[in-house]
Design a protein around this ligand. Structure first.
Ligand code: ADP
Ligand code: MG
Length: 679
């Protein structure tokens, strides 16, 4: 078979196992992945006129080499390469530091373009790179997200190589009528201009086409999944209403009105043969877990199994402990399956699951791995569903039957976005907190006031309360996060002295260690818990009344809100202390809004206004899928148009076999076939 965009990147020269692994970490497995690995900015390589450039400006100059290059070595490893460049009858000095190999590439009399930094006082250029004459048609250098293992230069070279080899097999995916309607570029040109634009206008046009393509492909996946839902019958779960009512009576509290309402909404879906695909939104502490327990119990009374999937091991374990208690007086058999489950225990568990002896399985991603077979899965609930993508949702569906699906999230997403992003999931909302909750008082202090905040913490602990202290977040480096947390906990232990026991929790600890620490904190043996953000969602200790967050301005509002939701869960007055020295007005406003409202929806809206979608929604903590080019807020209209177009396409009878749609259909069937093979 000839070349295909689905070829593995390993087919390129220079890609061995190590590099392949590095690329996989960037999400690049195939040539197609590589070609759609778009730059996030461009360097201006346009050749400039010497008279128009400012001091220290980065520019490209073009001229004729007017002297033999001279290499001067100094120090042990340092060297400098000098030559003169003739531009319009004037001669300028060009200097490259520590790139001696350039000697070979520079010859007197040769025409050359050099990118570098201009020194106006000396009329000289400190060279950064020589612009490949083959690249002369591209006036921009593309800059890609790189990593420690895969460097910028490597990515650039590989994309160039991939494009040169595979350009002939890049064919259009977006149907011709839509391309004509929106004047989109042919795909080959679009990909070319994304990577090697000749002008600003070219790159803008390419980006416009790429955004539409990305959104259309996403919406098509949603529409196809939705159509599959509509045409394959879901299951009608005939639950035992009397037993369900009796169970609800055993709970230690009365459900709020909002909880009752959403339980009813979900139960109606369970009963109907329609496939349930529902999002349950509710602010932190609104009591989503008990709603989950009730509806799972309903499914179990009808003879089905239920599964509850959480994003982290800590949360899965907490749910398991919690629900084991909730179901203690029933005959529901609860089990926990995570990556930490030992092979022997896992084997026993899987056998019991396949035999239908386990009614409720709680866990992490482990729940959808190969080899996990359910006897009769009727209901799947994902907690903090924003951590799971479309693929995971689809994978669950492939676990046999057509289980009803409920996704719970505490991250409120503005409705227009939710609808476009989730492909019209039904939405239930818990818009009320259980009675008796104390509002959380939030204050913001500068880091030089942290000590007075700590003495307040001390006071509260002396009064019998407990506190969380969250350490600064160091982007991209878990190791540094851990170091920070260790240092801070040692400092605080010293500061508070022997009467206060300080505990430490971080992501590098073994599950048993984390458990032990959490258990000690719950039992009150630890009074102050220093933690990285692993406690972010869901953790529930009612006696904890203080949440102190260092470097709070490094966190998103949604995440701060989540962290704050760890306190104020009992009846004691609770406090959130933000320690931050924001660098700009936007940072100041973000700290201020935190002190002004505890309403998650207000915060989400504000976060959007202040930071834009890229930051709020592009990242892990949001409910939105991650897009490579498109920005679901800035390009919301495109997203909506793409949704309408996708909807219209799947409405056509036999849409896959129409010539115009064939490429699109082929792309999708490949994409959806890959679902289920999860990492
Ligand atoms: P969420 O997951 O929505 O953040 P949880 O389900 O963890 O919230 O509930 C927070 C706390 O409130 C838990 O301790 C739970 O037992 C308690 N709770 C839930 N519903 C009620 C209620 N109706 N009345 C009183 N307490 C409740
Ligand atoms: Mg929860």
């Amino acid at each position: 078979m000839g070349q295909q965009l689905s070829d593995a990147v390993a087919t390129l020269s220079g890609v061995g196992p190590a590099r392949q692994k590095g690329l996989a970490e960037l999400g690049i497995n195939t040539i197609a992945d590589l070609l759609t690995y778009y730059p996030f900015r461009y360097e201006d390589l346009q050749v400039k006129d010497v008279n128009e450039i400012a001091d220290q400006e980065k520019v490209t100059l073009k001229g004729t080499v007017a002297s033999e290059p001279v290499l001067a070595r100094f120090g042990r490893k340092k060297n400098r390469l000098n030559f003169r460049l003739l531009i319009d009858h004037d001669v300028y000095m060009v200097t490259f530091f520590n790139q001696p190999y350039l000697m070979k590439q520079i010859e007197t009399g040769q025409d050359l373009a050099v990118y570098g930094k201009w020194d106006a006082t000396r009329s000289s250029l400190t060279g950064m790179k020589i612009i490949n004459p083959n690249n002369a048609d591209s006036a921009f250098g593309s800059i890609y997200p790189a990593s420690k293992t895969v460097k910028q230069g490597t990515i650039q070279k590989m994309i160039k190589q991939a494009y040169e080899l595979y350009a002939p097999v890049i064919t259009d995916i977006v149907p011709a009528n839509l391309r004509a309607k929106y004047r989109l570029l042919p795909r080959r040109q679009m990909i070319h201009d994304m990577h090697f634009p000749a002008s600003q206008a070219d790159s803008t046009a390419a980006r416009r086409s790429a955004t539409y393509e990305e959104f259309l492909l996403f919406q098509m996946q949603m529409q196809v999944l939705k159509q599959t839902d509509a045409t394959t019958n879901g299951i009608a779960i005939a639950y035992d209403n009397d037993r369900l009512k009796a169970f609800i009576k055993t709970l230690p509290f009365e459900l709020t009105h909002a909880q009752k309402r959403v339980v009813n909404e979900i139960c109606l879906d369970l009963k109907s043969p329609k496939h349930m695909n529902r999002l349950l939104q509710g602010d932190v502490g609104s009591g989503k877990t008990i709603v989950a327990a009730i509806v799972m119990y309903a499914a179990i009374t009808a003879g089905y199994q239920a599964a509850l999937m959480a994003p982290t091991e800590i949360l899965a374990e907490q749910h398991a402990n919690n629900l084991a208690q909730v179901f203690a007086d029933t005959d529901v058999n609860v089990a926990l399956l995570t990556g930490a489950t030992k092979p022997a225990a896992r084997k026993t568990l899987l056998a019991a699951l396949a035999a239908g002896e386990i009614n409720l399985l709680i866990g992490t991603h482990a729940l959808i791995q190969d080899g996990v077979t359910y006897a009769n899965l009727g209901l799947v609930i994902t907690d903090e569903q924003h951590r799971f993508g479309v693929n995971q949702r689809a994978a669950f569906r492939q676990k046999g039957g057509q289980p009803d699906a409920l996704a719970m999230t505490a991250t409120p997403i503005p409705r227009t976005l939710a609808i476009t992003a989730y492909g019209e999931m039904d939405v239930s909302e818990i818009d009320e907190l259980p009675a008796g909750r104390q509002p959380i008082q939030t204050t913001w202090v500068r880091s030089n006031q942290a000590n007075s905040a700590l003495s307040f913490v001390h006071q509260q602990i002396d009064n019998g309360s407990q506190a969380y202290v969250v350490t600064p977040l160091i982007e991209e480096s878990e190791t540094l996060d851990v170091k920070n947390a260790e240092a801070l906990s040692a400092n605080l232990q010293e500061y508070f002295g022997a009467s206060v026991k300080v505990g430490l929790l971080h992501g590098r600890m073994k599950p048993e260690e984390k458990d032990a620490v959490m258990a000690a904190f719950k039992a009150g043996d630890i009074q102050l818990l220093v933690s990285t953000t692993v406690i972010e969602v869901g953790v529930d200790v009612k006696n904890a009344t203080i949440m102190m967050i260092y470097d709070a301005d490094r966190f998103g509002l949604a995440q701060l809100h989540q962290l704050r939701g760890r306190v104020g869960r009992g009846t004691k007055a609770s406090y959130c202390i933000l320690v931050a020295d924001p660098k700009n007005q936007q940072g100041i406003e973000r700290m201020q809004i935190m002190t002004q409202t505890t309403n998650g929806f207000v915060l989400a809206q504000k976060d959007l206004e202040l930071r834009g979608a890229g930051d709020v929604l592009g990242v892990k903590q949001s409910g939105m899928p991650e897009f490579k080019v498109g920005d679901p807020i800035a390009d919301l209209t495109v997203l909506q148009v793409a949704q309408q177009d996708a909807h219209a396409i799947v409405q056509q009878p036999d849409w896959q076999s129409q010539p115009d749609n064939r490429a699109l259909a082929a792309y999708l069937s490949q994409k959806l076939a890959a679902v289920g093979t999860l990492d």
